[in-house]
Design a protein around this ligand. Sequence first.
Ligand code: SF4
Length: 367
Amino acid sequence: TPGTGQAPQVPVRRRTRKLKVGDVSVGGDAPISVQTMTTTKTADVDATLQQIAEVTAAGCDIIRVAVPTNDDAAALPAIAAKSPVPVIADIHFQPRYVFAALEAGCAAVRVNPGNIKRFDDRVGEIASAALAAGVPIRIGVNAGSLDKRLLAKHGGPTPAALVESALWEASLFEEHGFRDVKIAVKHHDPLTMVAANRLLAERCDYPLHLGVTEAGPAFQGSIKSATAFSILLGEGIGDTIRVSLSAPPVEQVKAGCQILSSLNLRPRKLEIVSCPGCGRLQVDLHKLTGQVEAAFDGFPHPLRIAVMGCVVNGPGEAKEADIGVSCGNGKGQIFHKGHVIKTVPESKIVEALLDEAQSLVETDVPR
Ligand code: SF4
């Protein structure tokens, strides 16, 4: 735990069945993976692969692509072959696209039985094709696509309704001897989503995909997702996550990685320890913090950088940081592990921190 000298606390995971999504394990003792969906037209192979490369660089482990048309299905072999991370085909209405995705070499398929007509009749075929391909299937429900029968029975998309629907879908596959299933139950309300996942975790050992659906724009959606995921992941529930934002997929991935690293469930990369500022400030601290964050974006080594607004509480409070600056009167004191090593003009603070970080990784392995 930072500042205590103790090992970081890590939530104890609920043990689920382990699946392989391509070369990424999901469930069991596998690290919790981060996923997102592309927003390009899947049929546009170049644009889709470009976006996959961007989200992979941001920390995405698994990518999902929508397959609403024949042209999208036809693009799957090229995308599956060239993607650096496993590809999940997201199928809503057409079972034949499930078979196309399996033939294309996709690492998993997401189906929404509520949207596939005569799904029950096709389950056996889908299960045996997926089994032959060694590919898991993600099932589950969003509050918005819940079966009318269950909505009526439960009086709305309650946690019990979501769980009943998901377990019914799983049972269709189980009847055909297929258990390589991941389940997602999603709701736009974080606490309803939490209650549904707790219930599901009690009732089955399938790996769970966490998501707050329609979470909204970046700020609101990140906080709603972090709120729900933190409760569940803190209880050991959840094997893979997707932060759904009305924002580019890279932002969704960054939010997901940040949530996991905040819970010590993923190694931290860049962490900025910065003070909120107060009446002692003599610099534009928020601007400086943004400049430091931008300058270190993509820095390839784990690093904790402190940006403190004054010298009163600077190096002392931030001694857990690898490097840092405490500002005052047009200058910045650059410090390393709590010891001031030089003072630079305010305009040179970011440059000095970059220099210090570089020399630190050349001589030491931070943290
Ligand atoms: Fe205020 Fe200084 Fe603390 Fe920042 S470090 S909040 S400027 S006292």
